[in-house]
Design a protein around this ligand. Structure first.
Ligand SMILES: Cc1cc2nc3c(=O)[nH]c(=O)nc-3n(C[C@H](O)[C@H](O)[C@H](O)COP(=O)(O)O)c2cc1C
Length: 336
């Protein structure tokens, strides 16, 4: 049964001042749903398919970007389903469900599960999880869950799942931003051949960061192409990290900004203990020797955010942009 959906309160922003006066708790301006949806679209997310079995055992599912991790111990995740969804009743009563994180090549799968097609699972490749919930083939990651709790929140139902099994692949992620799909790693790889791209890494090893020293100046390792796993050409980022004695897999995107017509993408990653490169402890960095102001500002942000274990993603220009955090309403307009 669908609950009666109470109307959306005037503001769901957290404590503190909002940069947008129409969302300010104290503002007299009328609530503007279109502006609110637009502001929500500023948050870069991944894309998932959430799936379960209905009472007759038929697979049902929908595309969702409201997925997030809730707890590590016990392992809990959540996803929200709107009361407009045809499959709402299925998720309001199921005992288990699965979340498949879509890869960049799965836009069509996202569109299929965002549709009202009655035969979504006949058009997709999938398999069964441990409790029977469908998991999409070739997903970048998957989480097979039993229901931990359900909470009605406005016009959505929050499904909190306890993760019983999970897995991940190696593909590039599918992203969603401002109402459209984005494929960030694809963007990095597609720019091979000296196009205006700089791709770099903040490689941490036990409180120290990998820096490159040249003519007394320090910089983060970067190259004009990403490269492939196992590559040793230092003209690529992967090859450069290997040459610097810090071969490692790239982690999440940390900053994407344009500077002098060149798109810069910097990723976070951790170096294995045996890595031998020039690692400098964060509290011993001579910041003046990092001569690129965008890199200096980015690394200072990293040094601050690692203390709070709350990394954001910077999107914008070298001077001005926005930092997207998993908690809304934080840190707009700071430097890269
Ligand atoms: C990228 C993307 C993310 C979405 N995220 C959600 C979400 O988190 N929750 C939700 O209820 N609907 C979300 N939707 C919309 C549903 O996928 C859509 O309403 C779908 O038709 C629901 O399927 P159903 O009506 O068959 O249940 C999203 C759509 C897209 C394209």
């Amino acid at each position: 049964m669908k609950p009666n959906a109470p109307s959306l309160p005037n503001s769901t922003a957290g404590e503190g001042e909002s940069p947008n006066p129409t969302l300010d708790r104290n503002s007299q301006a009328p609530f503007d749903p279109a502006a609110y949806r637009h502001a929500l679209g500023s948050f870069l997310t991944g894309v998932t398919v959430v799936a379960a079995r209905d009472a007759e055992g038929a697979p049902r599912g929908f595309t969702a970007n409201s997925f997030t991790s809730v707890s590590l111990d016990p392992p809990l995740i959540l996803v929200c389903i709107g009361d407009h969804a045809h499959s709402y009743d299925v998720f309001a009563s199921c005992e288990s469900f699965a979340v498949s994180v879509l890869a960049a090549a799965q836009r069509e799968t996202s569109n299929l599960f965002a549709s009202k097609a009655p035969d979504k699972f006949e058009q997709a490749d999938w398999r069964e999880g441990v409790a029977g919930a469908p998991i999409i083939d070739d997903a970048l990651g998957w989480f097979d869950c039993t229901i931990h709790d359900r909470v009605i929140a406005g016009d959505h139902l929050i499904l909190i799942g306890r993760v019983e099994a999970f897995g991940e692949g190696e593909a590039a992620p599918l992203g969603f931003h401002r109402g459209g799909y984005v494929a960030l790693s694809d963007a990095a790889d597609a720019r091979r051949g000296g196009d205006a791209l700089r791709v770099g890494a903040i490689v941490e090893q036990q409180g120290a960061v990998l820096l490159v020293e040249e003519d007394g100046q320090l910089s983060l390792p970067s190259a004009d192409r990403l490269g492939r796993d196992g590559e040793d050409d230092p003209g690529s980022l992967i090859g450069l990290l290997a040459a610097l004695g810090a071969a490692t897999a790239l982690g999440p995107l940390f900053s994407a900004y344009e500077q002098a017509g060149i798109q810069h993408l910097f990723y976070r990653c951790e170096a294995p203990q045996e890595a031998t490169g020039r690692f400098i402890a964060f509290d011993q960095i001579d910041w003046d020797r990092i001569t690129d102001p965008a890199e200096r500002s980015m690394l200072k942000r990293y040094a601050g955010e690692r203390e709070s274990l709350g990394f954001g993603i910077y999107l914008g220009g070298a001077e001005q942009g926005e930092i997207h955090h998993s908690r809304p309403g934080e840190e707009n307009g700071r430097k890269a």
